[in-house]
Design a binder for this molecule. Structure first.
Ligand code: NAD
Ligand code: GLY
Length: 369
């Protein structure tokens, strides 16, 4: 039961690409490349961990593979140089394509390289983590980190094809499965803001409440459903607002405080998803505190997050001034106002630009008490 989601961005040179979601798609990798990309040569970028497991699928005609070290700490300009120089040594040119084979780190870096190599060549996303299948491989945000900030250098650059093979999730460790699930739960809270309608019959929130066991058992049909649902939601955001001029910012639900946690712990103690779990709880409590949602809505929402048992680490104690300073240098600050994506009832959210620092302090104190 394979699924296809098409991304068509009419405002931008008629960008139009398919996302294929299914089980064991990698066995047909050459067919998908030939049919939807048709490049002369392929430059595949992956890392050591993934290469060890999936090497057998990467024996593609007219291709070269670059195997990088594994880790967010390598998502930087040194690795960017390495990828670009290695592609040049392999004589990759404008009729060829880059393939990102891995999680969000590989996808973001490879996409950024593709967007700048020879002023831009085709690229393919083959996401192998749940996070990258539901989020980072779709929508064209690509980039690398610098010492001054995460994803500080980047671009919007859409792939030609996304191939999300859910069988790759069988080899993903539980912690990384959970980090992807945090992003899945994020979509459940923003679902009805995406098409500006209250969809009560097809709620991702209800699906997640009912299918936790199937998800953790890696039931194929359930995973395909979840990935497809999230891809459709992300696609619906991106086609309305590719360059994050407005609506796309709702994808950052849970990210304002989440990024503070990641930043103040040097991106080493918490995965992105773990930080987002605290970020979503923070946003929900703040929404309740300023009267946007009822106690019932708050409780039901927190129950879903807690039920998935996504993190077993405590929220760290930070100096409050560090929290505020970090929020101020994050890209989510506009005109020096603290910007949060906050909940309304019925799985809708709003972007609120002038959050009071005292409210932030109250919620933080509540969460560490
Ligand atoms: P990741 O790419 O670091 O992958 C997590 C770990 O899983 C790594 O050790 C990796 O080697 C391993 N792995 C990957 N696939 C595997 C598989 N099938 N089996 C076994 N191990 C596997 O992390 P991630 O969570 O996929 O992505 C995080 C990155 O994504 C961050 O850099 C974040 O900034 C970025 N991101 C980008 C966007 C976007 O829109 N571009 C959105 C969200 C996150
Ligand atoms: N993950 C946020 C975005 O793609 O905009």
């Amino acid at each position: 039961m394979n699924e296809t989601v098409n991304v068509k961005i009419t405002s931008n040179e008629n960008i139009n690409y398919p996302i294929f979601i299914g089980d064991n798609l990698l066995s047909d990798i050459e067919y998908y490349l030939k049919t939807y990309v048709n490049a002369d040569k392929y430059f595949i970028v992956t890392n050591k961990t993934i290469y060890k497991i999936y090497k057998k699928y990467l024996n593609i005609k007219n291709s070269k593979v670059l195997v990088l070290n594994d880790g967010e700490k390598y998502k930087n300009l040194d690795t960017y140089n390495k990828i670009i120089n290695s592609a040049a040594k392999c004589n990759i040119n404008r009729t060829d394509a880059f393939i990102a084979f891995g999680g969000g780190v590989i996808g973001d870096m490879t996409g950024f390289c593709a967007s700048t190599y020879m002023r831009g060549i085709k690229f393919v996303q083959i996401p192998t983590t749940l996070l990258s299948q539901v989020d980072s491989s779709i929508g064209g945000k690509v980039g690398v980190n610098t010492n001054m900030g995460k994803n500080l250098i980047g671009n919007f650059y859409q792939p030609k094809l996304v191939l999300a093979d859910i069988s790759t999730l069988n080899t993903l460790d539980l912690r990384n499965l959970k980090t992807g699930l945090a992003e899945v739960i994020k979509y459940a809270f923003i679902q009805n803001s995406i098409n500006n309608q209250q969809n009560i019959n097809n709620l991702l929130f209800n699906y997640l409440q009912e299918n936790k066991k199937h998800i953790y058992d890696l039931d194929k049909t359930t995973l395909i459903n979840v990935v497809k649902n999230c891809c459709c939601l992300k696609r619906d955001v991106v086609i309305q607002d590719e360059k994050e001029k407005g609506l796309r910012a709702i994808l950052n639900f849970g990210h304002t405080f989440g990024h503070v946690i990641e930043n103040l712990t040097n991106y080493s103690k918490y995965t992105h998803g773990e930080a987002i779990v605290y970020g979503m709880k923070f946003a929900l409590n703040l929404s309740y505190n300023i009267g946007l949602i009822s106690q019932d809505y708050l409780n039901t929402s927190l129950n879903l997050i807690n039920d998935y048992n996504l993190i077993n680490k405590k929220l760290p104690k930070f100096k409050f001034s560090n929290i505020i300073n970090t929020m101020q240098i994050d890209k989510k600050v506009e005109h020096n106002k603290l910007r949060f994506v906050l909940n309304n009832e019925n799985f809708m959210v709003s972007i609120i630009n002038d959050i009071d620092i005292d409210d932030i302090k109250n919620i933080y104190n509540l969460m560490i008490s």
